[in-house]
Design a protein around this ligand. Structure first.
Ligand code: CIR
Length: 254
């Protein structure tokens, strides 16, 4: 059974962290409605959605991806790069403890899940803002015995590695080559975002289908032309909080 862990949008989302965007008003009801539609899409793709409650002291809590890395063999509870997000991990750990043995990134390491891209047994970790070298080292040492290779990758102009590229197939990524060095992904097949849609590289792959934002029609059309089944969702309110689609769930086999 495929599980998708999510968290309801906080009433305090207006106080979210922002790095590259100017603060805009966020309509909480609209954000919750769009989030519910996102969850409905995950259910349609055979996920059992397990939803954590929102909390007013967790403005960015909806972006659960940043709190943990779930692999087949174990889960790693991460340590987000910004202080305000660290209290999000406890309730996520409580749920994941039912599914996996837990390992932890500890001070002084920081790692946001949005910086970790898994392609088979290779984990690419973007380190710049939120994730530091100590975090990458700790992850490497946790995963050493499980046959995973951890590779650091430089990113620029974006918040997380998965703002710049995401997995859309077995060994295939959707990429904005202006934000990450494509050369770091030797042997990986690449589809580029439409040049007019810099933020379009974040697609959520579930099974063989993609969940993709309506905000980037040209890149989505490019994917459809290549034969991908694209499930379009409107995530415009959460985008104002600098969140994309992969950020809103942790999907794993339960
Ligand atoms: C933050 O800055 O932490 C949130 N406002 C957005 C996090 C988005 N998460 C992600 O890309 N994985």
């Amino acid at each position: 059974m495929r599980v998708a862990l999510t968290r309801e949008v906080s009433s305090a989302i207006a106080s979210c962290e922002l790095t590259h965007l100017d603060r805009q008003a966020i309509d909480v009801d609209k954000a919750r409605d769009q989030h519910a539609q996102y969850e409905a899409c995950l259910r349609k793709l055979d996920c059992r959605v397990e939803r954590l409650p929102a909390a007013s002291h967790l403005p960015d809590g909806v972006f659960v991806e940043d709190t943990a890395l779930v692999l087949d063999e174990l889960a790693v509870i991460l340590r987000p790069g910004v202080e305000s997000r660290r209290p999000e991990t406890a309730s996520v750990a409580e749920v994941l403890d039912r599914y996996r043995s837990l390992h932890f990134i500890e001070d002084p390491g920081t790692l946001d899940g949005g910086d970790i891209l898994q392609l088979g047994k290779t984990l690419y970790v973007g380190h710049m803002k939120r994730s530091n070298v100590e975090g990458v080292e700790q992850l490497r040492s946790i995963l050493k015995g499980f046959g995973y290779e951890v590779r650091g990758v430089d990113i620029e102009h974006c918040l997380h590695l998965k703002s710049a590229l995401t997995r859309i197939g077995e060994s295939q990524v959707l990429i904005n080559p202006d934000w990450v060095d494509a050369g770091a992904f030797q042997g990986v097949d690449m589809v580029k975002v439409d040049p007019a849609e810099a933020m379009a590289a974040n697609a959520l792959l579930i099974g063989e289908e993609l969940v993709f934002p309506k905000a980037y029609p040209q890149t989505g059309a490019r994917l459809e032309k290549l034969g991908f089944k694209v499930n379009w969702v409107d995530a415009s309110e959460l985008a104002k909080a600098e969140g994309a689609l992969t950020c809103c769930s942790l999907v794993f086999s339960g």
